[in-house]
Design a protein around this ligand. Structure first.
Ligand code: CP
Ligand code: NVA
Length: 330
């Protein structure tokens, strides 16, 4: 298995064996971290972290993981760099590629991260684009495996806007890894037909399946994992809240819905989540539309079935594995 020098842009580019290798490596790095065993095998190297959208987990994961591996980090926030505004992506890629051993990018279109990869000459890691969120997927797989001890043949149900980064990426992950994937959403929020067709082919080979349901209870039936994400993603306009609330409220993850899944089912969410009035946006939506909670109820979020904080921690261990493997340390 050779990852050295490779980009990590979408799981479409990786085989099931490679995804499993990275997950195993993350589990090993997690064990070492817990036991206090140093892994600073990339001492002297430096990475750049470009964030054109905000982040808590992804940024902290890249920074902590890089420091644990012995690397230096430079953070470029949405306003602090010239990228895309005064300097083209290609020129930026050439400049950063000459100073850093690897570059993380979080931002808008997938074509931007692909352009960086074309010109940088060093590994590019996708920290979220509109279309994909591949590092999140490794954390989700690690979490599922930690909880159940396996993942193949399990069923993961995704509720909500399945056309965006998290929904698309979960469908790819599940179809490659032999996990049954179901979506619960109105038809207009189903992933694009071309990606669905491709994923169905992968699922046929891996023993998984892909099903798209407009009935939330049918989608959740006998699931091992119920997963959701925010109704409005970063970069989308505020005006769409009203429509999303109307369309997606029937797909909110409630205790009733969770009961359609297996008794042993877990709840996952990439986070951040709107489950109470503890956020500014949550309060604004409450004042405007009267909602106390959005994509998931506070009850589910805080229930014993919720594994969201384990999942969030696993972001760091899995991102560490991606960097270590693509920089040739393991
Ligand atoms: N899940 C995730 O990517 O979180 P952040 O937006 O906080 O990085
Ligand atoms: N779909 C969400 C994911 C956040 C991690 C967004 O793009 O805002």
């Amino acid at each position: 298995m050779n990852f050295k020098g490779r980009n990590f842009l979408t799981l479409k580019d990786f085989t099931a064996e490679e995804i499993l290798y990275l997950t195993d490596l993350a589990a090993e790095l997690k064990r070492k971290k817990k036991e206090g065993i140093p892994v600073d095998v990339l001492r002297g190297k430096n990475i750049a972290l470009i964030f054109e959208k905000t982040s808590t987990r992804t940024r902290c994961s890249f920074e902590v993981a890089a420091h644990d591996l012995g690397m230096g980090t430079t953070y470029l926030d949405p306003k602090a760099s010239q990228i895309g505004k005064k300097e083209s992506i290609a020129d930026t890629a050439r400049v950063l590629g000459s100073m850093f051993e690897g570059i993380e990018y979080r931002g808008f279109g997938q074509e931007i991260v692909e352009e960086l990869a074309k010109y940088a000459g060093v590994p590019i890691w996708n920290g979220l684009t509109n279309e994909y969120h591949p590092t999140q997927m490794l954390a989700d797989l690690l979490t599922i495996r930690e909880v159940f001890g396996d993942y193949k043949g399990r069923k993961l149900c995704y509720m909500g806007d399945a056309r965006y980064n998290t929904g698309n990426s979960l469908m790819i992950l599940c179809s490659k890894m032999g996990i049954h994937f179901s979506v619960g959403a109105p038809e207009k929020y189903f992933p694009n037909a071309e990606l669905v067709e491709q994923c169905k082919k992968w699922a046929a080979e891996s023993g998984g399946s892909v099903s798209l349901e407009t009935d939330p209870k049918a989608a959740a039936k006998d699931a091992d994992v119920i997963y959701t994400d925010v109704w409005v993603s970063m970069g989308e306009p505020d005006e769409i809240w009203e429509e999303r609330i109307k369309d997606l409220t029937p797909y909110r993850v409630t205790m009733d819905l969770l009961k359609c899944a297996k008794d042993t089912a877990i709840f996952l969410h990439c986070l951040p989540a709107f489950h109470d009035l503890g956020t500014e946006i949550g309060k604004t939506i409450h004042d405007k539309f009267g909602l106390d909670e959005m994509e998931v109820t506070d009850e589910v979020f805080k229930s014993s079935q919720s594994e969201v904080f384990r999942e969030a921690e696993n972001r760091m261990h899995t991102i560490k594995a991606v960097m270590a493997a693509t920089l040739g340390a393991f």
